[in-house]
Every structure is written in structure tokens, then in C-alpha cells.
Design a binder for this molecule. Structure first.
Ligand SMILES: Nc1ncnc2c1ncn2[C@@H]1O[C@H](COP(=O)(O)OP(=O)(O)OP(=O)(O)O)[C@@H](O)[C@H]1O
Length: 245
């Protein structure tokens, strides 16, 4: 199957501090991939690199067999839902979504029916047209951020900590929406999360990050228990450290 992401021996440093070292892996079109790892293990840095935040040296994203080194191409093909919603506080959600349509050269009226389905699914109909985003709760902002990217149906969707701030009902809705997006548009989705249940429910594969590297590439089958996988990786790490000491 066609790869949309090819990462070959990728390293990234903040100053002289390594964050990712010699990372290699491949993601096929239409896969849903989870990133799991301890705080500071490099997951966000990795997503940032895929989105081109760290400059052109990371030509690691491949679309139609060409390395993507052009920011415009990234923006056309990739949605990035970052961990903290970065919206426009003095707009209503509707004005914000209209603004996104303007940037993306889409006709809001054509998209409205679909957008309102998302708004209903996320239980925001009461506030969508009337309340300024600055008066939204964190979870409500998160929902608008998710809607503002998903209705664009880009080829690749990067999501950092999607469940932060969402209540259980909204987490269930989000799972449904991501699966629907994947089934309808064959989207490739990469999700970084500490919520192991969410990753088990949604992902085909999970990449386990530790000590600047991907230490395990785990296929999600019915026997998967991510907590156990994580603890096994930790205990192997302790044994190796003990062996070296
Ligand atoms: N702008 C920055 N300047 C310097 N160091 C940074 C910067 N951003 C992140 N780091 C460092 O890079 C490392 C990886 O951070 P990153 O945010 O990628 O981890 P993460 O796996 O996403 O963590 P978490 O699970 O806590 O979100 C950490 O040691 C962090 O302190």
C-alpha cells in the first residue's frame, strides 16, 4: 500500500539536547496511528516536525511519493489539531468557522449543513452563533478547534491530546467522528494521547515513544493492552539499565 509518511533516520535537537534520535517508520495511506509515551518523550515535537514547524530540514512527509518540503503543500494536505486550542477570542464560533472557510476558499453556505451536524454532535448549538469564544470553557474551545479542522477533510490529520478537556460523551462523539472521517475520506490520522483506552478504541497501530526513540511499533488487535505494553517496555528499560550498571 502507498505510504503517506516515510520517516527515515530522523533526528531532532533543541540546541544540543536530543529530543528524537534516529527515528524510522512508515505510515500507509488510511492508517490510524497512536503515539504513546511519557511526558517529554518527544510526541509533540514529532507532530510539530511533520507539520513543518521546525523548518525544511525535516522532509519526512511524503505525499504521492514526493517529499513535502513546502509549507503550502503541508497546509493543503494536513490538518493539525494542537493540544491547546488557538482560536480567535473575540469572534463567535460561527464567525470563526466562516473565517476558516474564507482562508480555505470554501463557501460557508455550501458547508453549513455539514458543519451544523458537527455542532449538534458536540452539543454546541446553543452557543454557536451567540457566544464569543473568549467566554467558552476549555472543552468547548477544544470542540470548535476540532470542528474547524475536521470539516476540511484533509488527507492527513494530526491530533495532539484530543481528549483533554472533553467529557465522556464528547470523547465518544469524537471517536465516532474520527472513524467516520477515516471511513468516508480514507484519511490518515495520527493521534498523540495519554488516554490508552481512546488509542485502543481508535487506532490500527500504536508507536511507543521512550528516550528519544520509538521503542515499539504495536499492532492493535483484540488482545492489546496498552498499559501492559507500556509497563513491559519500562521494565525492559530498567533491566537494561541494571545490566549496564
Ligand atoms: N521550545 C522548546 N525549547 C526547548 N526544549 C523544548 C521545547 N519544546 C519542547 N522541548 C523539550 O523537548 C522534549 C520533548 O517535548 P515534547 O513536548 O515533544 O514531549 P511530549 O512527548 O509531547 O510530552 P507530553 O506528553 O508532556 O505532552 C522535552 O524535554 C521538552 O522539554
Amino acid at each position: 500500500m502507498e505510504n503517506v509518511i516515510d520517516v527515515n533516520d530522523f533526528s531532532f535537537f533543541y540546541g544540543d539536547k536530543p529530543v528524537l534520535e534516529h527515528v524510522s517508520f512508515h505510515i500507509a495511506k488510511g492508517e490510524i496511528i497512536g503515539l504513546l509515551g511519557e511526558n517529554g518523550s518527544g510526541k509533540t515535537t514529532f507532530l510539530d516536525s511533520l507539520y513543518g514547524f521546525h523548518g525544511k530540514q525535516e522532509a519526512i512527509l511524503i505525499l504521492s511519493t514526493n517529499p513535502v518540503i513546502d509549507n503550502q503543500m503541508i497546509k493543503e494536505n494536513v490538518s493539525y489539531i494542537q493540544d491547546t486550542p488557538n482560536l480567535l477570542d473575540y469572534l463567535t464560533a460561527e464567525q470563526y468557522i466562516k473565517f476558516i472557510c474564507h482562508i480555505e476558499k470554501l463557501d460557508y453556505d455550501n458547508k453549513k449543513e455539514e458543519i451544523m451536524r458537527y455542532v449538534d454532535l458536540f452539543d454546541l448549538s446553543g452557543e454557536y452563533q451567540s457566544k464569543l469564544i473568549k467566554d467558552y470553557s476549555f472543552g468547548m474551545k477544544k470542540k470548535i478547534q476540532i470542528i474547524g479542522e475536521l470539516f476540511l477533510h484533509k488527507n492527513i490529520i494530526l491530533i495532539d491530546e484530543p481528549t483533554n478537556g472533553l467529557d465522556i460523551g464528547m470523547i465518544i462523539s469524537l471517536k465516532k467522528l474520527l472513524k467516520q472521517e477515516h471511513n468516508t475520506f480514507s484519511s490518515t490520522i495520527i493521534i498523540s494521547s495519554h488516554n490508552t483506552q481512546f488509542l485502543e478504541d481508535v487506532c490500527d497501530r500504536i508507536l511507543l515513544f521512550n528516550h528519544h526513540q520509538i521503542v515499539k511499533d504495536i499492532i492493535n488487535d483484540s488482545s492489546l493492552n496498552l498499559e501492559t505494553e507500556f509497563l513491559n517496555a519500562k521494565s525492559m528499560e530498567s533491566e537494561q539499565a541494571y545490566g549496564q550498571g
